[in-house]
Ligand binder design. Structure first.
Ligand code: CUA
Length: 307
């Protein structure tokens, strides 16, 4: 089992192991007894006949009542654990989760912050309200024992309370297309104090770092690399090497100059001018990237992909 990093993880583990050992014990008991009887009472000569057995009420009651009680125990335990996980405490911190091919983004409505990694305070319940921009995804944090489908046109919610500061893997656990296996992110648990500091520092780019360096980071963090390279090799989208300042052939037969405005438009409204030879599959990043982040991306493409 992965480390139990949320408040209800150990209960889930206990229930799992309870069912697991129950299955092991009954498997050994039933198969063992069957094998033992098959050998012990095997037919030893052709004239041997089975003795006439017409039932045993005590035995039948026992093998109905014992599994019955065990099943009810598993149900009650499981149902209570499920209800605990389904109903978030009233004082939970709200975070919105957006899934899209093939990345996660997280909105902190009360702070006006948007991130690609889920940063949460330890020792405080956090409620996630999740939705998808395109297809069915599934949000899974093994260390927290939380998993729930993320759907388009519907909200699903989960909650958890992380026990201590640390880092935990997020997986997409519903096959959602070509780069499903790369649809990864992290939960970063901070102490309440560090969390408050972190959220205050959000919302602006560190000016001591060159804009194109921010662009490079955003390019990776936002999952642009899933479809675009800087090497000249086309993926699901065109390579961006040498594109800045060039004329691009579009799917409708026209041409466009790759400049700041075209790049910005392609990020915000990707299907407006699709490059010839590619499908209009890129999702919009409207509302997910701030203006200074778009500037940083343009700067990165200009520097590393320019002619
Ligand atoms: Cu998203 Cu798999």
């Amino acid at each position: 089992m992965p480390p139990a990093a949320s408040t209800f993880a150990s209960n889930i583990d206990n229930l799992f192991y309870f069912i697991y050992w129950l299955a092991v014990i009954f498997f050994v008991l039933i198969i063992g007894t069957m094998a033992y009887f098959a050998i012990k009472y095997r037919r030893k000569d052709p004239n041997q006949r089975t003795s006439p057995i017409h039932g045993n009420h005590a035995l039948e009651l026992a093998w109905s009542a014992i599994p019955g009680v065990l099943l009810i125990a598993v149900f009650v335990w499981g149902f209570r654990a499920y209800m605990d996980m389904s109903v978030a405490p009233k004082d939970a911190m709200d975070i919105r989760v957006k899934a899209q091919m093939w990345n996660w983004s997280f909105d902190y409505p009360s702070a006006g912050v948007n991130t690609t990694e889920l940063v949460v305070p330890a020792g405080r319940p956090v409620k996630l309200t999740m939705s998808s921009k395109d297809v069915l995804h599934s949000f899974f944090v093994p260390d927290f024992r939380v998993k729930k489908d993320v759907l388009p046109n519907r909200y699903t919610t989960i909650w958890f309370e992380a026990i201590a500061p640390g880092e935990h893997q997020i997986f997409c656990t519903e096959y959602c297309g070509q780069n499903h296996s790369k649809m990864l992110s992290k939960v970063i648990v901070k102490s309440q104090e560090d969390f408050d500091k972190w959220i205050e520092g959000q919302g602006k780019l560190d000016e001591s770092i060159p804009l194109s360096e921010h662009g490079k980071r955003i390019f990776t963090e936002r999952g642009c690399t899933a479809c675009h390279t800087m090497t000249g090799q086309a993926g699901a989208g065109p390579s961006l090497k040498g594109k800045y300042g060039s004329q691009e052939n579009l799917a409708d037969g026209s041409q466009v100059l790759v400049d700041d405005n075209y790049i910005r438009e392609s990020i915000m409204d990707p299907t407006a001018k699709v490059v010839a030879g590619f499908q209009p599959v890129m999702p919009t990043f409207k509302g997910q990237l701030r203006d200074d982040e778009v500037d940083a991306l343009i700067e990165y493409i200009k520097e590393h992909g320019g002619q």
